[in-house]
Design a protein around this ligand. Sequence first.
Ligand code: NAD
Length: 477
Amino acid sequence: MSKTTEAHAQLSFFESVNRNFDRAAVHTGLPKGLLAQIKACNAVYQVRFPVKIGNEYQVIEAYRVQHSHHRLPTKGGIRYSQKVNQDEVMALASLMTYKCAIVDVPFGGAKGGVKISPRSYTPAQLQKITRRYTTELIRKNFIGPGIDVPAPDYGTGAREMGWILDTYLTFKGGEIDAAGCVTGKPVNQNGIRGRTEATGRGVFYALREALSYKDDMDKLGLTTGMEGKRIAIQGLGNVGYHTGIICQEEGGALITCVAEYEGAIFNPKGLDIKALAKHRKETGSILDFPGAKNLTGRKDVLEIDCDVLIPAALENQIRVDNAPRVKAKIIAEAANGPITAAAEEILIEKGILIIPDMYCNAGGVTVSYFEWLKNLSHMRFGRMEKRFDQNTYHNLVALVERLTGKTIDNKERALLTKGADEIDLVRSGLEETMVTSYNEIRKVYKRKKAVQDLRTAAFINALGKIGSDYLALGIFP
Ligand code: NAD
């Protein structure tokens, strides 16, 4: 291990993100002061509040960090995990700033964290904690549709977002845009169709795009296309599960290895992810899944022989100790920060293509943006134009039939005359975003000789956009 790699192995998560920032900053030509401002966390709120659990009071530690106010509102998920700490929330908030810039979502970055293990609480207790946390955010003006808009992250989902909205409405019921105070809500509580699967679907589009370039795949010794590619997934939660299902069903990939808390399983012929999730629900474990082999430990997934590794659990999973043994040709970072800065140096040296987190998992925030827009417009996407479009398409089909004297069969007619529903528009908007952003990043990667990896290219892209926002404000001459 080189001296610099050794030094980088000691970095915290936030320092690791900033080290990646610095690597890209030298290529941007932006003034030093401006770069320092972009890098800094603008506001950090740490709070401790009491919640009665059973007969006892527990003091809960929680955070909300707004990394950048260059665009408002700020946006970012809320994590429930025993490992939450200020450094982690700051790192995740800063990644949100860069992520939003990369996918052209007009928000500053933020993140929240509550230091609890959600498995240790009943739903009623979790609701109590969520409501109290939201109240603390309201008190300090750290939440609101134009201020700061949370979303789900590790350990939280639509249920928690519904509780947050309800608490917000209790205090701010008269606010006309109140529903936009949080995203990732249940669809029947002002949510949007397609949000739950959005991050996983975004990972699928990102990977599909990366796999489509022959020159890049030639370098890795891979063929183009997702069909038949062997994929290993760490973490079968929201992101890992949907990524797996979509890569399998729409991409034709083989999900050969999956790891969860309790262990890892392997089947070279592919694991049926839907059946695996059912098996886990019924037995409480992914282990002993019919047709699959149990591996020794859950960490084996990171070192398994596969084409694509998708870490979809937590940060700091690939480190200097296991990086040399990673066999995947591509790593698609569905989780935030799964590769430490030091490990990345080893992986780049090995020629592995890393699709960086701040782009790869941006599908969630992209669809959150659509949800926020829906809340502000108070109307479902597609409601105004769907019927009008359908009638127009029917008229066109009738005209073609009249002019050609041929009849279009019912299946084709249904396809040709379909007006777009909300889910169609959300998916198409997400696909467009992920494809366009990949190509922007890849262009930088190909254009700049000194840039060795997609992460640095993504940072250069993000810093250029955020920098131009600040320059337009006239603060930095
Ligand atoms: P989740 O809580 O739904 O799922 C995470 C899963 O990982 C859990 O099932 C957990 O048991 C498993 N896990 C934890 N440690 C593991 C380990 N060492 N080995 C194997 N499995 C392990 O969380 P999520 O929402 O899917 O988030 C996962 C990652 O994706 C996080 O890094 C999060 O920040 C990131 N992310 C999530 C979203 C989103 O929309 N939910 C958006 C962007 C990024």
